[in-house]
Design a protein around this ligand. Sequence first.
Ligand SMILES: CSCCC(=O)C(=O)COP(=O)(O)O
Ligand SMILES: [Mg+2]
Length: 231
Amino acid sequence: MKPLVLTDIEGTTSSISFVKDVLFPYARQALPDFIARNGHDPHVRPLLDQVAAECGGICQDAMIAETLQGWIDEDRKHTALKALQGMIWAAGYRDGDFKADIYPDVAPALREWHAAGIPLAVYSSGSVPAQKLLFSHTQVGDLTPLFCHYFDTEVGHKRVGDSYRLIADKLDRAPESVYFLSDVVEELDAAREAGMQTVLLDRLEDYPQPRSADACHGHTRVTSFAEIALG
Ligand SMILES: CSCCC(=O)C(=O)COP(=O)(O)O
Ligand SMILES: [Mg+2]
């Protein structure tokens, strides 16, 4: 059976600065107005109510917006926040305010693997709609035709082994046949615990200090998709 590639986004396919300096500030700034305009939308209200309930029942939308802005500043990977961010980014992509930044080695490798019949999937803390938006608006065009599956924190958090077991299950795959690519060692540890093969992307543009052997925790370390060898 051919291997399947499961990739993270931030720090793996796309620069950390694109997420931290473009996407997050855009959502932070747009949140209050987005909530004022869409707070009664049946796709939006339950997400806001979830945030309110988790914060002791705060009831004013302005306070919910402030809470969410605080969560963006803390880089919380909260499922409701991620869903709202995805809805906000849709306008930014649509209006051409930004394009998704993909590291130059990523699209050639994805195309090569896809052409070789290797299935490709995404697992990111960003919501599935946000993942699809990102890959359909890259500076090298629409990459979504290359991917067959997308997973977000609806399957669980990325530092928890059970999330990877569930993904393998949903893919109808033995975990050993899945290569998980990420820049975060704790995510790779969880994927390995679930039986997946792991590759640490050590993006020197984003992490100027190369990771030592100790810091790699035994995961295969590469600095580019071009170095990845799939067994
Ligand atoms: C779907 S793109 C936005 C990325 C994002 O919101 C995020 O939190 C990045 O998480 P990742 O799991 O891709 O490192
Ligand atoms: Mg990452």
